[in-house]
Design a binder for this molecule. Sequence first.
Ligand SMILES: Cc1cc2nc3c(=O)[nH]c(=O)nc-3n(C[C@H](O)[C@H](O)[C@H](O)COP(=O)(O)OP(=O)(O)OC[C@H]3O[C@@H](n4cnc5c(N)ncnc54)[C@H](O)[C@@H]3O)c2cc1C
Length: 373
Amino acid sequence: MKHIVLLGGGHAHLVTLANLWRFRHLGCRVTLVQPREEHYYSGMGPGLLSRMYEPWQIRFATRRIVENQGGRFLRDAAIRIDSRERTIRLQSGETLEYDLLSCNVGSTVPGGIASPTARDVYPVKPIAELMSVRDRIESLVAHKHCHLAIVGGGPAALEIAANARRLVRRSTGHPSRITLFAGKRFLSRFPEKLRRKSRKVLYELQVDLVEGDYARQVDTGRVILGNGSQWEPDLTLLALGVRPPSLFADSGLSTGSHGGLLVDEHLRSVDFPEIMGGGDCIAYQPRPLDKVGVHAVRQNPVLLHNLLAMVRGDDLQAFRPQDKYMLIFNTGDDKGILWRGGLVLRGRWAFRLKDRIDRKFMRRFQALEEAPP
Ligand SMILES: Cc1cc2nc3c(=O)[nH]c(=O)nc-3n(C[C@H](O)[C@H](O)[C@H](O)COP(=O)(O)OP(=O)(O)OC[C@H]3O[C@@H](n4cnc5c(N)ncnc54)[C@H](O)[C@@H]3O)c2cc1C
């Protein structure tokens, strides 16, 4: 009996998760390994911070979805893949054998500039942790006038800063100051039109924007920039972009420059065809991909098809990334900014559109949590 192992039930594995029963029908065993029993949808993460969404609205009960279809769920984390032996070492000490492995272990926010002993310094991933950050901000602003810092210059930093503003405005506490430390240049990989619009939004939301230099060091109550200027925030959120975990490099597999599993156009490891992957944790060999959920979501049907094809010995499908994709930023004021190529639009309708797309996505996969009839 072939054993299929899925590492992580992230955005790229959702369609495979919805079709686990098909592997069972082909006589396979399926095991999913994930450190948490639930998976949180990052697109709604900033709204979780501002209490726009409740936790249950933005998470999938991964264990239930797997077990409903006769799969095995292991609450654990992979720490090494021994690709010659076809085994995975888990944090618990257990070793798992596999015939076919698919990796969707996501990415983490590099915390290198933050002191490991720093208090009230939080990365924006894992998304589930934003619940305790939210509670902490509320308890701080209940007692005093606070200064919140967001370090990072991309869309996640913008959304987190804007939703932190919503959170403190709606809390019954003291008014707070929010500063976004955006590095050399805010939203540097985006067109000037989007940068201008986003700066204006931050101004309206009374979020101070500091550009021109990167943060060099973050510690308890301190942010130090490269030019030596020092700031004293009460709480700091790190949204410094994301990197794949060291799992693949530690396992001696070929990786891209940032440590993502190097895969070909069929999303298969360039070294070992029985190892596949999707989402933020891969380096797609044909061309670099931005670390956005849009790519992970579109890899879903390809991963499912290719996993089934590997079991049956059928032809594989190639993943063709979109050249242009759309992002909508939740700016916490019931409005959004829509960006697609040269198009930049702002309004209530933009947030409503994002909200509708996100809720529909959640409903589709949360429906799998119900026990089958
Ligand atoms: C605040 C924020 C907002 C964002 N908003 C958007 C947006 O609106 N639109 C957009 O397109 N992109 C957005 N992104 C980017 C998006 O989050 C990522 O591109 C997306 O999450 C990638 O999905 P993934 O499945 O690869 O990883 P993840 O969603 O991180 O899933 C990885 C899963 O693997 C599990 N895992 C981790 N390590 C292990 C291990 N060792 N063993 C087993 N399992 C493991 C994790 O627990 C997790 O469940 C946002 C990012 C952030 C930080």
